[in-house]
Design a protein around this ligand. Sequence first.
Ligand SMILES: Nc1ncnc2c1ncn2[C@@H]1O[C@H](COP(=O)(O)OP(=O)(O)OP(=O)(O)O)[C@@H](O)[C@H]1O
Ligand SMILES: Nc1ncnc2c1ncn2[C@@H]1O[C@H](COP(=O)(O)OP(=O)(O)OP(=O)(O)O)[C@@H](O)[C@H]1O
Ligand SMILES: [Mg+2]
Ligand SMILES: [Mg+2]
Lengths: 255, 255
Amino acid sequence: MTKIVSFIIQKGGCGKTTTTVNTAGYLSLQGFKVLCVDMDPQGNMTQHFGYDSEMLDATILDLFNKKRTLDEVILHRDQNLHLLPNNLRTAGAESELQKRPDRDYLLRDSLLTGISSYDYVLIDCPPTLGLFSVNALATSGEFVLVVSPEFLPMKAIKPLYETFRTVKYQLNHTLQFNGIMMTMCDFRTRHSQEVLEILKRNFPQKLYHAFIRNNVSLKEAAAYGQTIFEYSPQSLGAFDYQNFAEEFIRDHHKN
Amino acid sequence: MTKIVSFIIQKGGCGKTTTTVNTAGYLSLQGFKVLCVDMDPQGNMTQHFGYDSEMLDATILDLFNKKRTLDEVILHRDQNLHLLPNNLRTAGAESELQKRPDRDYLLRDSLLTGISSYDYVLIDCPPTLGLFSVNALATSGEFVLVVSPEFLPMKAIKPLYETFRTVKYQLNHTLQFNGIMMTMCDFRTRHSQEVLEILKRNFPQKLYHAFIRNNVSLKEAAAYGQTIFEYSPQSLGAFDYQNFAEEFIRDHHKN
Ligand SMILES: Nc1ncnc2c1ncn2[C@@H]1O[C@H](COP(=O)(O)OP(=O)(O)OP(=O)(O)O)[C@@H](O)[C@H]1O
Ligand SMILES: Nc1ncnc2c1ncn2[C@@H]1O[C@H](COP(=O)(O)OP(=O)(O)OP(=O)(O)O)[C@@H](O)[C@H]1O
Ligand SMILES: [Mg+2]
Ligand SMILES: [Mg+2]
């Protein structure tokens, strides 16, 4: 049974792309077949995997417009890791896509035919709660809320939770809240400890034990178009994402 | 002559809101009359100034829909610092606003009548290049590109530059590229030094000398609804933003 999971928060720069890429990297090393979906027209996930997003012939937009099939658009990044890429052409088409009657199910309908061979489909969301994030939630069995332990990111949680409820009741009854993953953490500061306390109090069951520390090798890996496991497997970043991915897998098999 | 400046980059989490708020804070302390405009429906600037964005009666959306006048919407945060607030209601209205013939000038037309008493209008942009960022650029005399010295944020510069050219030729001939300001800097890492070198090489005339170091007091100030000058005037963050604001003022009077 293919697990479809969105990594989401509308606040910018919380580590969504870094988390989706590195979780996919670890899962694929463990032998799981993973399809990554870049739902951000800025194409950061596509770039993080080493592709020049603006040079691609086909992207997820061609799938939405039924100009290409899934097989024609998917990039075979590695044996166990495939990518549904994106670029800014999709941003330009957003207001047209908004007008379509099937606008909430563009992604779900595009994936319907061809994802049974994957163990996981991991979706990277853009920093908004618009059409593309709604599509991601409408397609997913669950979502992971990615947050850095800071005040402004924390403000994003309540509106996101409300969007989750709306999508669950109107578009996708199966959608579950998988959990909250904290990244870019430096718990030496009082500020991040205070945020951690607030999250523990409000979401005791949902907070992942694993968290990701601030680690420059995660930034560098993106510059080299690699996952952290390819770029620097002995780094703190690789250790932390292994920890998270192990908990993510365990959680899944528990469900 | 009122100076209208946008702080922009579509990449999420680069410090746009923190920069707009603290630059406005410094300018207002120097006696300049400043109007801050929150063009991000997530309302982070509104929250950073201490308001509960979701509880507001009137926001910038009411201005776009001509339901309220500028005076009715503007919040008088301090004697020299006023705010045009925003919240998620505006996100819900985006696809309607897109359809309007005056959609690119919603902000410009809303400000036309009432900004002559301000020395500066500073606009905080959302993490996209859609309707709201285009409106910000169509209204501004200049824009400051806010970036953190990392690979993924750097990938955003070229598409932003292209959007600037398009807006300049189609919507606003007066629009100028003020400069690039680097924030969230930790120049002990090779990665950030490499990015700095690339920016110096590609934009020698545009890079501000002043930059903002990573400093937790900037995160804390947001949690207290204050500018860094109110929250911790002796902090590194206050020193760095003073430096930047001084250079920003000098540049302006030079133009
Ligand atoms: N744990 C970490 N330690 C250090 N740097 C990190 C970490 N996680 C992410 N980064 C860096 O922080 C920046 C933001 O991360 P990322 O782009 O993954 O966030 P995002 O939520 O996807 O952003 P957006 O909202 O723009 O999509 C990137 O430059 C990334 O390389
Ligand atoms: N120089 C700095 N040092 C430490 N933390 C910072 C600094 N500048 C900003 N921050 C923090 O980093 C996070 C991102 O900053 P901010 O929200 O201002 O970026 P943004 O570009 O406005 O994000 P978005 O794309 O979501 O609008 C916030 O939690 C903020 O408090
Ligand atoms: Mg991203
Ligand atoms: Mg912001």
